[in-house]
Write a protein that binds this ligand. Structure first.
Ligand code: SF4
Length: 443
């Protein structure tokens, strides 16, 4: 089965353009491909943003993707920064990425225009990180729109250069064009985009959606009610193709071209379809928002699955580059990593319990009713990674068993401290001070 990779920025809200242009297609691909869907927070930080709002944006995006139909049983849904190999591979790829072509990327030029005060190197390297996203999972198919075609071409060029220099390592990813027509914004001019303020968010209320639809641009030829229009030139008709039945679409087409219906009537019909479709998504989203632990668990399990593949790829890449294998200290310490570790322990075979593991606290995952059992499972199966070597108490001269407290320790006292205190004289840290003082005061 071929692998598909696609990512979406945690913009905080999914709008009709994202939903119709990408996410619905992702849902359809789930049965046919091995899908990796990623919330690309590392890409998002190349634009101005509020760091405090980022966790909520990530979670909101996860909720909406799941509500739209991304099935964690069929796909791997995860957050990009939970898999540090993304940035690691991006750096490796940057050694072969063509500088000149990066500067010619249309998106880099557009974004540089939109944020002239923040033209950062991350914007420039954005396509390299995208190439790393795809190649890390050996994705051979990438769902792209026209605006992403240039970046995919660059990724293919990077693959060719890497393979030529370091040996056959990656397969060239191929585009997976969707048949979805371009979804314009409410202004009917440009692609629906949050930055242009021409969107309808899936989470908006029905009244707010109708307000926006009512005033949305239509075919400019329909100035008066009696003017016939051309539905193919109207974004409202494009939206009918997603939300209305075939009969209703035919009705709209005939009514528009003959001026038999007005634009408000046409939009009301569209609004009915939008309401019905989004109501289902809203219902699922509300259930997920009420159970954030479930969303965390899904992301953690996704990150664990993704990381297993990513680590393997990076080992191959390191070998090709002549670099040593990744040290174990490269483990991420972000909360996602902790969640991923917790999810992974539930999937591992049980190991002998560690006596010291009772000090470890597994993060609460799963629904509240099962959180306690998840913690106890994690405690039972998590190997203790703390260094065991406390500084050995200098008890060599006096056997521990000779400690007066060994057999008669008062309840609640700590074993280590009691035996240390009872058998060992405390180091005399202050003993050198008088000598030092004496030296300083010497003439
Ligand atoms: S009738 Fe409908 S399809 Fe025709 S221009 Fe008006 S809104 Fe667009």
């Amino acid at each position: 089965m071929e692998t598909v990779f696609s990512g979406i920025q945690p913009s905080g809200e999914l709008h009709l353009g994202n939903y119709l242009g990408a996410v619905r297609n992702w849902v359809e691909l789930q049965g046919r491909y091995r899908c990796f869907y990623c919330i690309v927070d590392y890409h998002a930080i190349t634009q101005p943003y509020d760091p405090n709002a980022m966790p909520a944006r990530v979670r909101a995006m996860a909720v909406q993707l799941l509500a739209c139909g991304i099935d964690p049983e069929k796909s791997t849904l995860f957050v990009q920064s939970a898999v540090p190999e993304h940035t690691e591979l991006a750096w490796a790829l940057s050694a072969v990425a063509p500088f000149g072509e990066l500067g010619r990327m249309t998106q880099f030029k557009d974004k540089s225009e939109h944020q002239p005060d923040n033209i950062n190197a991350g914007l420039f390297m954005y396509p390299v990180l995208q190439a790393a996203d795809v190649l890390l999972y050996g994705a051979t198919r990438v769902p792209v729109g026209e605006d992403q075609r240039q970046h995919l071409e660059l990724a293919r060029e990077i693959v060719r250069r890497f393979n030529a220099r370091f040996g056959e390592t990656f397969a060239e990813p191929q585009p997976l064009f969707s048949t979805t027509p371009k979804i314009l914004g409410l202004d009917g001019q440009a692609k629906m985009s949050k930055s242009l303020g021409n969107t309808i968010a899936l989470a908006e209320s029905e009244a707010a959606i109708w307000d926006k639809l009512r005033t949305a641009a239509t075919d400019p030829a329909r100035v008066k009610r009696t003017d016939p229009g051309t539905p193919e030139k109207c974004n409202i008709y494009t939206l009918h193709k997603f939300f209305s039945s075939a009969e209703r679409q035919a009705e709209v087409h005939a009514g528009c071209t003959s001026a038999g219906i007005g634009c408000i009537e046409c939009k009301r019909w569209l609004n009915e379809g939008v309401k019905a479709d989004l109501a289902r998504i809203r219902e699922r989203a509300a259930a997920l928002e009420a159970d954030p632990a479930r969303v965390d668990r899904i992301l953690a399990e996704g990150a664990a699955r993704a990381r297993a593949v990513a680590v393997e790829t990076m080992q191959r890449v390191r070998a090709r580059l002549g670099l040593p294998a990744a040290p174990s200290s490269s483990r991420a310490r972000w909360p996602w990593r902790r969640w991923a570790a917790a999810a992974a322990t539930t999937a591992r075979a049980p190991r002998p319990p560690c006596a010291r593991s009772s000090r470890r606290r597994a993060p609460a995952i799963g629904p509240p009713s099962t959180a306690a059992s998840a913690r106890s499972r994690a405690r039972a199966s998590t190997p203790c990674s703390r260094p065991r070597a406390r500084p050995a108490a200098p008890t060599s001269s006096v056997p521990r068993t000779s400690s007066p407290s060994a057999g008669s320790r008062p309840p609640g006292s700590r074993r280590g401290r009691a035996s240390f205190t009872a058998t060992t004289p405390r180091p005399r840290w202050r003993s050198t001070r008088p000598a030092a003082t004496a030296r300083r005061s010497a003439p």
